[in-house]
Ligand binder design. Structure first.
Ligand SMILES: [Zn+2]
Length: 233
């Protein structure tokens, strides 16, 4: 089975890609540019990761999303929340943070864009990097969403493209542990909501990433030192 992988260059999608390489023939990696603060870093990371695995990589521009969203991920006049590390597992704090970074129909759009590529390339699978930890506050990360998307894709694609997420039932620590087994190139990952020369270490995405790396025993990555990351941007 051939697949198209949605690759942002972050933890979940990179580990998903590494897993997908064992389950399918990865035909193409796609990175979405919707004007997010971290777009240049995400594109750089995803491109480096695709190159590491010797895969095709393409950036899909979604400029209209930048125009219509007020999300702090895109709109620089709004602050990206810096939640307390102690509140990462607090449902209300997570909901407040999720609201600030919500982008209208983002994952729905990404999946449908990827489905067009998948059908055109005769690929049966779209691989996404969802996770259990964020599915609590982002419904478009959940197994129920994947199931519903697949029901729709059975009608909208002639080859009945299906979405799979190998990480959707895992929390971030379990995803790092899976990545460890798959020898994921950690230094190429960018898991920060911001751009810049290093991951900020304080946004929710960074906090979850660094917590998982620390608890899974991966050395050289901490919120204090930042990501050793790829530094070509
Ligand atoms: Zn960050």
């Amino acid at each position: 089975m051939k697949s198209v992988v949605l690759l942002s260059g972050g933890l979940d999608s990179t580990v998903s890609l590494a897993h997908a390489l064992r389950e399918s023939e990865v035909d193409l990696c796609l990175t979405m540019d919707y004007g997010q603060r971290s777009a240049a870093r995400e594109i750089n990371s995803a491109s480096a990761i695709a190159e590491y695995y010797d895969l095709n990589h393409m950036v899909v521009d979604l400029p209209f999303l930048r125009k219509i969203t007020f999300s702090a991920l895109v709109n620089t006049s709004k602050a990206v929340p810096n939640p307390s590390a102690d509140l990462l597992d607090d449902p209300q704090a997570a909901l407040d943070s999720a609201e600030a970074v919500w982008v209208p129909n983002r994952n729905g759009l990404f999946i449908n864009a990827a489905a067009s590529f998948a059908e055109a390339l005769d690929c049966g699978l779209i691989v996404t990097g969802f996770n259990r930890e964020e599915a609590r506050t982002f419904p478009d990360n959940s197994p129920a969403f994947v199931k519903a998307a697949n029901e729709a894709l059975a009608f909208s694609t002639r080859n009945r493209v299906r979405v799979v997420s190998y990480t959707q039932r895992l929390d971030k620590i379990e995803i790092v542990q899976l990545g460890k087994k798959l020898n994921v190139p950690w230094r190429l990952i960018w898991s920060c909501y911001h751009g810049g020369s290093a991951m900020c270490g304080t946004c929710e995405s960074c906090l979850r990433f660094f917590r998982a790396m620390k608890e899974a025993g991966i050395d050289g990555f901490s919120a204090e030192t930042g990501c050793s990351g790829n530094s070509s941007v």
